[in-house]
Design a protein around this ligand. Structure first.
Ligand SMILES: Nc1ncnc2c1ncn2[C@@H]1O[C@H](COP(=O)(O)OP(=O)(O)OP(=O)(O)O)[C@@H](O)[C@H]1O
Length: 298
């Protein structure tokens, strides 16, 4: 549905997108993961025809990006795009007018969209009286009101508490179940893990790896992660390497990628003589894959 090929963009002499290539299929939730400054918002602005690329091309439903493809897209930007003194319904009315919806469609869509984001009972409330989570849901409603085919959610839960985050995740799941195509940018790895069919890892404007979570798992040299705390780290590392365990640091934690899953009992025998404060086996998660891929490609 969305095809991006060899996109390049520089600001003054600084390259921020470098041959960025990605494809999103219809009905897919695609997670674009990247640290601050990786180029996520720049990519979105180019998709939405708000910014020109230096080279490369983008098509949506096989049409090159233009003013007319804007109607196919709904965007919920990082900063809420809302008028604080207007009510929820008035905000949606404003954006529905921009998209040129006729009166009947507009009224139907305002109600349907408020319902979808669970704000129907707050239709008449001014935005400034809503909680941060509600405002973020209304921001998503703005992206949905004109019935787009592709919804772009730029860090939809950044800065929200866990309850508000759960509500947005539920909303995204509902959109996914309805077959909506979604491009979600985030630097929250558990968010991407929960919601996305496929994930692209972006660094310095280039996609370093892409695929479903299970495809991404095959890209790293471990099937399980062992995290341990010991005062004899050097000795533990030396022993572990003898068995092919690959040492890693996740923050302060000493960890090892295990080339194959092992029972804890077996692992303990390999660390015989090393005093352990704690030891745990964990499945490979997106955070491990992300660190592996972004740090190897430093
Ligand atoms: N208008 C601009 N002029 C100059 N540099 C810019 C401009 N907009 C963005 N940049 C730079 O381009 C790089 C990519 O920015 P972008 O906003 O696309 O990243 P991002 O992945 O969305 O980051 P964040 O997660 O912080 O929003 C950053 O280094 C940023 O400072």
């Amino acid at each position: 549905m969305l095809r991006i090929k060899n996109l390049n963009k520089s600001y003054t002499n600084r390259k921020v997108l470098e041959n960025l290539t990605l494809n999103i299929a219809s009905g897919e939730v695609y997670g674009l993961l990247g640290a601050n400054g990786a180029g996520k918002t720049t990519t979105i602005n180019i998709i939405c025809n708000l910014l020109n690329a230096d080279s490369g091309y983008i098509t949506i439903n096989n049409q090159p990006i233009s003013e007319s493809t804007k109607k196919i897209i709904g965007i919920a930007p990082q900063e809420n795009l809302l008028y604080k003194t207007l009510s929820c319904a008035e905000n949606l009315q404003f954006f529905a007018d921009i998209y040129g919806l006729d009166r009947e469609t507009k009224n139907k869509q305002i109600e349907a969209t408020l319902k979808a984001v669970n704000l129907l009972d707050r239709a008449k409330s001014p935005v400034e009286t809503l909680s941060g989570g509600m405002q973020r849901r209304l921001n998503i409603a703005v992206a949905l009101v004109h019935q787009p085919q592709l919804v772009i959610l730029d860090e939809p839960t950044t800065g929200l508490d866990i309850e508000a985050r759960y509500e947005i995740w539920e909303l995204i799941r509902q959109l996914k179940n309805q077959g909506m195509t979604i491009l979600l940018t985030t630097h929250l790895l558990d968010e991407a893990e929960r919601l996305c069919n496929r994930i692209g890892i972006l660094k310095n404007g280039t996609i370093l790896a892409e695929g479903s979570l299970s495809e991404l798992k095959t890209l790293i040299p471990g099937q399980e992660v062992l995290v341990l705390q010991t005062i004899q780290e050097d000795e533990a590392i030396a022993l572990a390497q003898k068995y092919g365990f690959i040492p890693r640091r996740y923050g302060n934690d000493l960890a090892f990628l295990l080339p194959e899953p092992l029972e804890l009992k077996e692992i303990m025998t390999r660390f015989e003589g090393i005093p352990m404060d704690s030891i745990s086996r964990q499945p490979v998660r997106l955070e491990h894959i992300y660190l592996e891929i972004t740090q190897v490609n430093r």
